[in-house]
Write a protein that binds this ligand. Structure first.
Ligand code: OGA
Ligand code: NI
Length: 332
């Protein structure tokens, strides 16, 4: 079988190894694409924005932003670039699949980096790489203009992320600039391709998870698939032209000492359309110290955990198969 689900999805019924256990399957139930995920207009007044973003981050852990100032052509060029990327012939992508531990390198895999060990595979291909300028030499050369387009989009995504973090700092009473340096030093790109799936009721693009980062800025198109868990119910995140989806990462929940809610989310597949999403994950440097911010800890709201290095958490996260609560446990 060809390596990538992007290449063989069309001539297969769903292989056994992609079938999730019954309690995790999305089932036939159609979750309505609903309007309740907050949409925030970033051109609103600062006072309103602080209030709205705080409320959305406490209630959903996830929201969309419009009028964010990122030029629409940068967003559309990025999406069309990744369409072309995933359509490249397998031989053009082969060099990106070589197993390497080097964190600076690009990695393109079906499902996850743990493909060989995992019991169930995810219905997606994903390309990951750091966005730091030192790593650009390792980025794909094809399609043409990859480096130029992705660099421009990653700069915008980081700027937007920092702007949102500033509003959140103001909302929960963390000092200005808290996230500006070490805590958002590593921006990681993940480009997901979910090809049409023979049976979306049995499998998932990504099962329920928290992003193990500070904040994730996500670019999607008109195809739905992303869902967020709210009060025990899965809610579809309605695609809105030119919007970014923003979700609170688990590490931000920790730093806020549970004042903000990390978003638990998942991705369902569909039988007719290719879906591509591009996520920019704002990550702390590996050796940065993560702890509940001193300014949000009080006698009545004691720290939920001790301080730890971000890389210790990430190691736990991967050895716990992506369970963020278990990964935090040793630091409690
Ligand atoms: C992720 C993720 C959502 C999507 O990559 O962590 O949650 O819509 N992606 O692809
Ligand atoms: Ni995610």
């Amino acid at each position: 079988m060809d390596k990538f689900v992007s290449s063989w999805y069309n001539d297969q019924s769903l292989p056994e190894s992609y079938i999730f256990p019954p309690h995790e399957r999305p089932g036939k139930l159609l979750v309505p694409r609903c309007n309740t995920v907050p949409v925030i207009d970033l051109s609103d007044t600062r006072t309103n924005l602080v209030h709205q973003i705080l409320k959305a981050s406490q209630e959903f852990g996830l929201f969309q932003v419009v009028n964010h100032g990122v030029p629409p052509n940068i967003m559309s060029e990025t999406m069309s670039l990744f369409h072309k990327f995933f359509e490249l012939p397998a031989e053009d992508k082969a060099s990106l699949t070589v197993y390497t531990n080097d964190p600076k390198r690009c990695k393109l895999v079906t499902s996850t980096l743990d493909y060989d060990r995992e019991k169930i595979h995810l219905w997606r291909d994903v390309l990951r790489h750091p966005c730091h300028p030192d790593c650009i030499e390792f980025w794909p050369r094809k399609p043409l203009r990859y480096r130029e387009v992705v660099a421009a989009c990653s700069i915008e995504a980081k700027k937007l992320g920092l702007q949102i973090l500033e509003l959140l700092c103001e909302g929960i009473g963390i000092e200005h600039g808290y996230f500006e340096h070490e805590l958002t030093e590593d921006l990681l790109l993940g480009a997901n391709h979910y090809p049409p799936c023979p049976d979306p009721s049995l499998t998932l693009g990504i099962p329920k998870h928290f992003d193990p980062d500070i904040l994730t800025i996500l670019l999607q198109e008109h195809i739905s698939g992303l869902q967020v868990l709210k009060d025990g119910e899965w809610i579809g995140v309605r695609p809105i032209p030119n919007a970014f989806v923003v979700n609170i990462g688990y590490i931000l929940q920790v730093i806020s000492n549970n004042k903000l809610k990390g978003a638990e989310h998942r991705v369902v597949t569909n039988s007719s359309d290719h879906r591509i999403s591009v996520v920019f994950c704002m990550n702390p440097a590996g050796n940065s110290n993560i702890e509940p911010a001193k300014s949000v800890v009080t006698a009545t709201n004691p720290p939920l955990c001790r301080g730890f290095q971000f890389k210790e958490f990430v190691d736990n996260f991967y050895s716990m198969e992506g369970d963020a609560d278990l990964a935090l446990q040793p630091f409690k």
